[in-house]
Each structure stands twice: as structure tokens, then as C-alpha cells.
Design a protein around this ligand. Structure first.
Ligand code: S3P
Length: 167
């Protein structure tokens, strides 16, 4: 292991952060924290409900608070795709985590998220707006990632193994 920092998985919706986080947790025997799940548990609301009633900014604040808790804890943190929209979160990911970007092409994301507009409020948009969101986010993931792993056409076990070999 390079150092004692927690591992953060970042990437667009549908890039596999949650599932790969779980595989890594099992293999490395590290606790796995899913930021979305923690927020849902603590607020007793679904992400969809939070976006509808509290708004995106409120959700972003919660994401930041959650991320902050797991610095130097030796855990794997699966983040939500938009965590990098806040500068403070980007700084934290860059400086205080081993941050791994699960990079996936837009075409692949489109396939994986077909029919998931209901659980992912930010995906409920016309295709050109989805593509713009994707492109805007790419540069933010790039800013904070220590490692980039392409996920297109690869199994989740393969990806997890590649991450383990990196660490
Ligand atoms: C979001 C991604 C979602 C969830 C919320 C907002 C985003 O997480 O946090 O719907 O802004 O990209 P996943 O990346 O796990 O889908």
C-alpha cells in the first residue's frame, strides 16, 4: 500500500463505483463507504427525494460533509458522480485520498444508464445536455485523479484486480 490514505473511487454515473468498491472491500478487507447510501440513510430520503425537496446544492453540502469524515480512515469510499463539482471536494480528493477515476466513454454510459432516469435525477435530460454534463465533468475528474482506469469492455473483477495491483 502506498500510504495510509483512504481510497476514493470517482467517475461518472454508471462507471461502476459502487460495485467495484464492494469487490475491493472484500479483496482488501477494507470497510466500504458509499456516499450516496450514507446520505440516504442519514436523511431517511432517497436521492431523488432529496433533489426534489432540498435541491442539488443541499445534496452537494452533504456529500462534502460525508467525504470529510473518511479522510485517513483506511476505507474505500465510493462517491457520487457529481462530488467533484465542489472545489473543496476536489481539493480533498486530490490531497487527502488515493483517488481512482473509473473512466468510461459517453456511449458506454448511455448504454449502462438506459432506463435509469428515475433514480438518477441528473440523467433526466435531453441527450445533448447529458453529453455536455459528461464533458464538463471529464475535466474535473482529470484534475483530481491519481490513477485513471478505463472501464469500457472490461469486467468489474478485472478492473478491481487492476486497482489492487496499483496499490
Ligand atoms: C449524481 C450521481 C449519483 C448521485 C446523484 C447525483 C451526479 O451517484 O449522487 O444522483 O451528480 O452525477 P452515482 O454516480 O453513484 O450514480
Amino acid at each position: 500500500m502506498i500510504n495510509m490514505k483512504s481510497i476514493a473511487l470517482i467517475g461518472f454515473m454508471g462507471s461502476g463505483k459502487t460495485t467495484i468498491g464492494q469487490i475491493l472491500g472484500k479483496e482488501l478487507t477494507y470497510p466500504v463507504i458509499d456516499v450516496d447510501e450514507q446520505i440516504e440513510k442519514k436523511t431517511n430520503m432517497t436521492i431523488k427525494k432529496i433533489f426534489e425537496t432540498k435541491g442539488e446544492n443541499w445534496f452537494r453540502e452533504k456529500e462534502g460533509e460525508e467525504l470529510n469524515k473518511w479522510v485517513d480512515q483506511n476505507v474505500i469510499v465510493s462517491t457520487g458522480g457529481g462530488i467533484i463539482t465542489k472545489e473543496q471536494n476536489r481539493n480533498q480528493l486530490k490531497e487527502q485520498f488515493n483517488t481512482i477515476w473509473l473512466r468510461t466513454s459517453f456511449e458506454e454510459i448511455m448504454k449502462r444508464l438506459a432506463g435509469e432516469q428515475d433514480t438518477r435525477p441528473l440523467w433526466r435530460k435531453p441527450v445533448e445536455e447529458r453529453r455536455q454534463l459528461f464533458l464538463d465533468r471529464e475535466s474535473l475528474y482529470k484534475q483530481v485523479a491519481h490513477y485513471i482506469i478505463w472501464t469500457d469492455g472490461r469486467s468489474q473483477d478485472e478492473i478491481a484486480q487492476e486497482i489492487i495491483n496499483l496499490l
